[in-house]
Write a protein that binds this ligand. Sequence first.
Ligand code: HEM
Length: 210
Amino acid sequence: MIKSKPRRLHPLAIRIMHWINAVAMIVMIMSGWGIYDDYVIIHGLHFSSSLRLGSWAAPSLLWHFAGMWLLACNGLAYLVYGLVTGRLRERMLPIQGRALVQTVRETLHFKIQHDDLTVYNAVQKLLYIVVILAGISQVVTGLLIWKPIQFSSALALLGGFQAVRIEHFIGMCVIVGFLIVHVALSLLVPQTLWAMLSGGPRLQPRGGSP
Ligand code: HEM
């Protein structure tokens, strides 16, 4: 683990990667809806043209391919940074069952406490881990349906082309669901939004006294 000088809650690298990820994810979602609309999975479910990036499937695909490199490279950089510095483990683990139930209960009673910005609550930790896993799954399933010949064995393992297409669609639903809750919460607790823009409070150096 790398020992570091006093640091911000969200170091500059994390802020840059977070906002690049937000842009890339939105490009991926809106262009994905453009591609989907050409060959729907749920009959009767269409996305309005104002929600689609690209006027029809071909330009939407070009947007999707452009966004995919940004998403995959930026996501990889975020994971490597988080693992090498120990930040991912420090911020997202451990998740205790009792704390999870308690936070869900409080949230259902609209008691959203976020006095200490430096600690993610159990629900936040779980949501962040789920969305990181969903992001990885989107890159993998996207690769499989993009190159079905090269990855035919992996495709078969996951149930075939159409099954993987549905898995890719479900991953999108998870990410969109996360995004709705995530953006709503960051607007309800705007100091978290400001911290993700400015860096937030200074933390003790890793390995220093708490
Ligand atoms: C587009 C609008 C978005 C806004 C306004 C937003 C806002 C924020 C804010 C305010 C935080 C800090 C939360 C806190 O300190 O309590 C945060 C963290 C985070 N956001 Fe977002 N976000 C957006 C998009 C996304 C997207 C698209 C994803 C992934 C699909 C995402 C994933 C995350 C993750 C994983 C963290 C934790 C980062 C870390 O500490 O390493 N966000 N976001």
